[in-house]
Design a protein. Structure first.
Length: 542
């Protein structure tokens, strides 16, 4: 055996020791070889993509073992102060109330909410890949990794003591669903079966309940929508809900805690924003917004996901926009923007996205925004959606310091087909810089939003106190106006990562943007990498 010594010591002890050393050496070489092979194999996109998808799916249980706290006493009855007889959504979407709601399921109904496996999107997953899988019913990360969220139903959904029988229910969200897959507190979309029996909550046939599991400030979404509304951008309205859950034979009435109810983007919503019928709303998911793919509208349907029925005139306007936008070499290209876009509105929208450092959206991953077409003119603009990572919080892009000092002149991340061309427009640049300055003067004010947060905190604190497995002191840290020293973590998706402080962000972001406008600061151009808290951030200690 040439791989072993020809002779061994005569002493049993020495012979045994030498044999162990030789075998250990060969074992180490084999281990190094195995690690090298695994590293090489994981360089293959299909293999690394499979591993990543498998990792994201691990841990889901229809009935998690960690139970939320049980409700002490009977479920809350109807609050007589709430005018539920009203037909005005404004009576429902109020800042100064936390409504009470309850979902009751049978065990089978609850189990049927579980995600179902579908073929994953070929080609793996990368930050510059569109989060859209043709095999999935919905666009987003879940479809890419091979999950669909099916509809089930509940026995009842009760809102302020008013029951709605057999509503259709499904989980909602993508990253937020993955963060909550090991607990009962998940986001829900509830269809009140309006078409079947005419049941509506005030004038709402669909209820979107966001779990706020990714947002320990519990205010990012609500404040974000309020900000866009304040600057004149159509924005879904919101209200807070204290949600309880019961599952027959599995879970007694238990507290899920604080949720945010977000108005459904629809023709009704758009008409209420513009006080005029005839507009359209779409929810695109694409990294190449407005890319020309031919003259057949069916090619674009799945990419732009219309939330309202589109007229032939609206489709033709969009097709004309695609054709025009893909001919930037034409001499008249720069003058063509006002024929297709509501440029003042587009400028206000992007100024807000940049001020709020909202990177879970159009500035990075091509999702989480709405596209609108105005009545009569069909001019295109944008509206916000899914703002739980705005106010500079999105942990997958840069460090907290980089998001505070993010560039106002090159605010996008990676290659952005539409945004880069938009920022080359001289007309847009003028309107955008003017919108930045106007919002700094009127809307993006530290004192105003601190006052709003201070008003909300006492109302939310009692509900957060009885949430399942709360993060110790997270909500209180989030409310502080001065940086709070926190332990840094390497994994940006770790639930114990440093708590984001909105007041601190607004104050520091405001200083940075003013300095960039004056020319005394060059903003940070953010590149995609699994962001982590920088050691130079004052709110983090190593």
């Amino acid at each position: 055996m040439k791989w072993f010594p020809r002779t061994w010591p005569s002493s049993f002890l020495l012979r045994t020791l030498l044999q162990c050393v030789v075998l250990a050496g060969y074992g180490l070489l084999a281990l190094i070889l195995l690690i090298g092979i695994l590293i090489a194999v994981f360089q293959i996109p299909s293999v690394s993509g499979w591993a990543f998808r498998t990792f994201l799916k691990v841990g889901f249980e229809a009935f998690p073992e960690s139970y939320p706290p049980q409700v002490a006493g009977p479920l809350p009855a109807l609050d007589p102060e709430i005018p539920l007889e009203s037909k005005q959504a404004s009576d429902l979407f109020q800042w100064d109330h936390v409504w009470k709601a309850h979902l009751h399921f049978t065990s089978n109904q609850w189990a049927n909410l579980s995600p179902i496996n579908i073929p994953a999107k070929p080609g793996g997953l990368s930050p510059q890949q569109t989060l859209r899988n043709p095999k999935a019913v919905r666009s987003g990360l879940l479809g890419v990794i091979g999950w669909d969220l099916p509809w089930s139903e509940a026995e009842t959904f009760t809102f302020q003591g008013i029951p709605f029988d057999q509503p259709r229910v499904r989980y909602k969200g993508n990253g937020t669903f993955l963060e909550s897959k090991d607990r009962y507190k998940r986001s829900f979309k509830i269809d009140l079966n309006t078409e079947m029996d005419g049941s509506k909550l005030v004038d709402q046939g669909t209820v979107n309940l966001h779990s706020l599991s990714a947002d320990r400030t519990r205010m990012s979404d609500a404040l974000g929508y309020a900000y866009f509304k304040q600057i004149g951008i159509p924005s879904p309205r919101t209200c807070y809900v204290d949600l309880t859950l019961s599952i027959e034979d599995a879970l007694p009435p238990s507290h899920l805690g604080l949720y945010l109810m977000v108005e459904k983007p629809s023709a009704q919503w758009l008409s209420s924003q513009w006080h005029q019928k005839g507009g359209a709303v779409l929810k695109p998911v694409t990294m190449r917004l407005f890319e020309y793919l031919g003259d057949a509208w069916d090619t674009y349907e799945g990419i732009y996901d219309p939330k309202t029925a589109l007229s032939d005139a609206q489709k033709q306007h969009l097709l004309a926009t695609f054709r025009w936008f893909n001919q930037p070499e034409e001499p008249s290209f720069q003058e063509g923007w006002p024929a297709y876009f509501d440029m003042p509105s587009v400028a206000r929208f992007f100024a807000a996205q940049v001020l709020l450092s909202n990177y879970d959206g159009i500035l990075f991953n091509g999702q989480n925004f709405l596209m609108t077409l105005a009545p009569e003119t069909h001019l295109i603009s944008f509206a916000p959606w899914d703002l739980d990572h705005c106010w500079g919080e999105f942990p997958l892009t840069g460090s907290p310091s980089e998001r505070i000092h993010a560039s106002i002149r090159e605010p996008w991340i990676g290659e952005q087909f539409f945004v880069e061309r938009l920022f080359e427009s001289i007309l847009f640049q003028e309107l955008y810089l003017e919108a930045l300055q106007n919002q700094l003067n009127t809307s993006f004010k530290t004192e105003h939003w601190s006052e709003v947060m201070d008003g909300l905190a006492p109302m939310l604190r009692p509900v957060i106190a009885h949430e399942p497995a709360p993060f110790p002191d997270a909500f209180e840290i989030a409310q502080q106006a001065k940086p709070v020293a926190q332990k840094s973590v390497d994994n940006p998706m770790d639930p114990n990562r440093p708590v984001h402080q909105i007041k601190v962000f607004i104050s520091e972001r405001r200083k940075s943007v003013l300095a960039q406008l004056e020319g005394s600061e060059v903003g940070e151009i953010i590149h995609f990498e699994m962001g982590r808290a920088s050691k130079d951030d004052p709110a983090v200690e190593p």
